[in-house]
Ligand binder design. Structure first.
Ligand SMILES: [Zn+2]
Length: 50
């Protein structure tokens, strides 16, 4: 077994995905949530104006 270079995969507490870089994964999460929130917000205001 020569897996010393590979870090142990960590399980994301939010989506239970295995990731080698949980910090980057969490950043990805917050960005994704922000993008969805922004898109929903735009959609709501667009519907409200029409
Ligand atoms: Zn996750």
């Amino acid at each position: 077994m020569e897996s010393t270079a590979q870090p142990n995969p960590l399980e994301c507490p939010d989506c239970h995905a295995l990731t080698a870089d949980l910090e980057a994964h969490k950043h990805w999460h917050s960005r994704l949530v922000h993008d969805i929130a922004t898109a929903v917000d735009k959609d709501i205001s667009r519907r409200a104006h029409t």
